[in-house]
Write a protein that binds this ligand. Structure first.
Ligand code: F0G
Length: 459
């Protein structure tokens, strides 16, 4: 049994939750057309839809909200963000923006245009969308170990550097606008990337003269895994590991809604390229707002400045990763497969193994997500063929590499007992798994369909 690591905080403010009956939930999910995004949040008991922007802020952060400086220009809260981010990342230039995809929107068109390519260990959906909006193509290049959900590998998020070199040679270095390392690798299951791997990728980027970018959404969780699993860093501090990693890249984008433990915010970092940073500032002014607020209110900047520090605290990270390891341990006991070893922000249940009788085109991961809501009021999401969508040319349903039901855990929000409710619900569903049916889509928009599509259970 995996030991639960007790919270390194106590609770000062609580949000009551509503408990519905199974019958009531069956009605609610039917009304939502079997799309979890269509539910009212008050009809959810445990919300695992995302770990993004759903974090609980500390009393210090709430105090920061009150002293946030709302000045349009030169606000002290802006300077607090810059000082803390410069110290943590070791980068000369920092631009706040309102969230991760805003950072992508501002930066990526400066690196990419029609006919070019971005290569990443795995692009997050919005990163891919921003690459493609420039007319460039996004190529994922994760190690093959990631594809085997039950096989053990310390760093399933790693870049396949052999294939990376082949791709660069094939397309020509001048056509590769950026190499993106996503840490942790969300789409592969919140899987970490080793410093050894990042060093190799950085050396390749340097050799071919290609900009090397970090997608830093979960960089602190990644640093904790590095400390646990990479012998060279056994005695290093989280801060030292972060410096080591970021020194290898040229730029980063960050959704602060994850590891900076806030509800809104993002950053762009440029290590030393002043000319590039001036262009970032220019685009930020038109797209997000003046450089000293970048689409953020002063109170949110202040909370971000404080959250950046709290998010790299080692006791916090041990508890945080410990929550995933505890939940995963309960699934091990029940023989439920997930992307293993468990990653940093979520347990990615292997729905293809859980519901082997449901083919990808009947969306096993979505079917399991619906069952979790009916069983215990748990809301989570499909990261599989349902989310992937149709081939833009043939309109045929695409088959995803994984059929994951993602249980993303917000930071500092749920307790051990909540995690037990989740594990117990999965066990109960496992007992009746053969009776669970797949789904068909009755209505879908042309892009990012999983947010608004309407589904119906198959008979
Ligand atoms: N990069 C990664 C790796 C992400 O996981 C996300 C968001 C983004 C960029 C975009 O950031 O939401 O602030 O605009 N991931 C969330 C999730 C939405 O649920 O995994 P954003």
């Amino acid at each position: 049994m995996v030991k639960y690591i007790a919270e390194p905080f106590r609770i000062k403010s609580v949000e009551p939750l509503k408990m519905l009956t199974v019958e009531e939930r069956k009605e609610k999910i039917k009304e939502a057309k079997y799309n979890l995004f269509g539910l009212k949040s008050e009809d959810v008991y445990i919300d695992l839809l995302t770990d993004s922007g759903t974090n609980a802020m500390s009393s210090q952060q709430w105090a920061g909200v009150m002293v946030g400086d709302e000045s349009y220009a030169g606000a002290s809260s802006y300077r607090h963000v810059i000082e803390n981010a410069q110290e943590i990342f070791g980068y000369k230039y920092i631009q706040p923006v309102h969230q991760g995809r805003a950072a992508e929107k501002v930066l990526l068109p400066l690196l990419l245009h029609e006919g070019m390519f971005a290569i990443s260990n795995m692009h997050f959906d919005t990163t891919r969308a921003h690459v493609e909006q420039t007319g460039a193509r996004a190529i994922d290049c994760v190690v093959k170990e990631a594809l085997d959900t039950t096989g053990y590998f310390d760093f399933k998020g790693n870049m396949d550097n052999v294939r990376l070199v082949k791709l660069i040679e094939e397309h020509g270095a001048k056509n590769i606008g950026v190499i993106i390392m996503t840490i942790t690798n969300n789409s592969a299951g919140g899987q970490p990337v080793s410093v050894a791997n990042i060093r190799e990728t950085a050396a390749i980027a340097k050799k071919y003269g290609i900009t090397f970018m970090i997608d830093a959404a979960r960089y602190a969780e990644n640093a904790f895994f590095v400390k646990q699993r990479e012998p060279e860093f056994k005695n290093a501090s989280i801060q030292d590991i972060i410096h080591e990693v970021f020194a290898l890249a040229d730029v980063f984008t960050m959704s602060s809604k994850k590891d900076a433990i806030v509800n809104m915010g993002g950053l762009i970092g440029v290590k030393e390229n002043c000319e590039l940073f001036e262009k970032v500032n220019g685009r930020c002014i038109t797209l997000e707002g003046f450089v000293t607020y970048g689409g953020m209110s002063g109170r949110d900047l202040e909370a971000l400045a404080i959250g950046l520090k709290e998010g790299i605290n080692e006791d916090f990270l041990r508890y945080r990763i410990g929550q995933m390891q505890y939940l995963a341990g309960r699934l091990d006991e029940a023989g439920i497969a997930y992307q293993s070893p468990v990653g940093g922000h979520a347990v990615f249940v292997d729905a293809a193994k859980f519901l082997p009788h449901i083919p990808y085109y009947e969306f096993p991961a979505q079917a399991l997500a619906v069952e979790l809501y009916i069983e215990a009021g748990i809301r989570c999401c499909d990261i599989g063929s349902y989310m992937l969508g149709n081939d833009p040319d043939t309109k045929e349903q695409l088959k995803a590499d994984f059929e994951f039901t993602r249980l993303a855990v917000p930071r500092r929000v749920y307790t051990q007992a909540h995690l037990d409710v989740i594990a117990d619900a999965l066990c109960a569903i496992k007992d009746r798994a053969p009776t669970i049916k797949g789904y068909k889509i009755v209505k879908e928009p042309p892009v990012l369909r999983h947010f608004t599509a309407e589904l119906a259970p198959l008979e």
